[in-house]
Write a protein that binds this ligand. Structure first.
Ligand code: NAP
Length: 289
């Protein structure tokens, strides 16, 4: 990489940030397209996120991604919010435009596009979303927008308020989706999974370095023909996905969503179409290390 006075800067804010593979993903795309751009990681503590974002336009930085645990704080810090980030209640991409901070949520498009690419159509279907955080809310908005008939959000008991907010989102998010929140307790969860056409894991359960922990639901609950979507991308093949394939389910992992949300951010900043295959190869290489 040849960084000069002309090089345009983008990056990612997170805390911690050492695990992020976004620098490899975006820098591979810039290199492939011969663009004089550079993507850097920044460890920004939650207390500093508003100050750090506000400083970007003055430094000529084009924009940043924002990751765990800063996405909700970023929503509050930006000057303008582009739908559906307002619905999700989280911003994962910031673009510095005319000295203003414009916030986007590209997780929704990443999730939707990954399903479309795989030929999955959840119109009129019942989906169970495990988790009640930012990724769960992105899934709920996407599912509602694609016309899922029923969306159940499964939240830990302590998460009921957050869970209820996420379920309310499903009720509001148009196209008549019916949302409900279910406590993370065995009988209710089992009954929901039994009726689901699709199960989405939007919790960190199964993520490295806890990849050996049990899958979020027992394998025996999964039925042939169900779609199991695990947003976790490290490892790319989680215990949930392995069990689901054995049970005859269709499966999708989080890696493609990661690439496609990154591709949307790339386009927001550069106005160019992202080379998603190159980005995916770079992510796979980084995760294999
Ligand atoms: P988050 O805001 O921290 O939310 C995580 C949710 O999972 C919370 O509701 C949390 O409840 C719940 N949870 C955590 N551990 C749990 C457990 N053991 N049992 C039941 N529920 C549990 O995180 P996030 O941003 O939504 O991300 C969630 C996952 O999605 C992460 O693995 C992230 O890497 C992944 N993700 C992937 C992509 C992609 O592009 N593939 C994009 C975004 C996120 P508590 O708050 O009570 O702990």
């Amino acid at each position: 990489m040849n960084i000069t006075g002309q090089t345009k800067l983008v990056g990612v804010f997170g805390y911690p940030i050492g695990h992020s593979v976004s620098p490899q993903m975006h820098n591979a795309a810039f290199e492939h397209l011969g663009m004089d751009w550079c993507y850097l990681p920044f460890a920004v503590a939650p207390d500093n996120v508003a100050t750090a974002l506000r400083a970007l336009p003055a430094q000529g930085v084009v924009g940043v991604n924002v990751t765990i645990p800063l996405k909700e704080l970023a929503l509050a810090a930006v000057d303008e919010v582009v739908p559906p980030a307002n619905l999700v209640g989280a911003v994962n991409t910031v673009h510095c435009r005319d000295a203003k901070l414009v916030g986007y949520n590209t997780d929704v498009a990443g999730f939707t596009r990954s399903l479309a690419e795989a030929g999955e159509d959840l119109r009129g279907r019942t989906a169970v979303v495990l988790g009640a955080g930012g990724a769960a809310r992105a899934a709920v908005v996407a599912l509602a927008q694609m016309g899922a008939a029923r969306i159940w959000v499964v939240a830990l008991q302590v998460e009921l308020e957050r869970g209820a907010r996420t379920a309310e989102l499903a009720r509001r998010a148009d196209r008549g989706a019916v949302g409900a929140v279910i406590e993370w307790k065995r009988p209710a969860l089992r009954a929901a999974v039994a009726q689901a056409d699709a199960l989405v894991n939007a919790t960190p359960i199964g993520m490295y370095p806890h990849h050996e922990q049990p899958a979020p639901v027992p394998a025996s609950w999964l039925r042939e023909g169900m779609l199991i979507y695990d947003m976790v991308y490290n490892p790319s093949d989680t215990r949930l996905l392995v069990a689901a394939r054995r049970r005859g389910c269709r499966t999708l992992g989080g890696l493609r969503m990661l690439v496609l949300q990154g591709a949307e951010s790339f386009t927001v900043w550069t106005g160019r179409r992202a080379p998603t295959d190159i980005m995916q190869e770079a992510v796979a290489r980084a995760l294999a290390k």
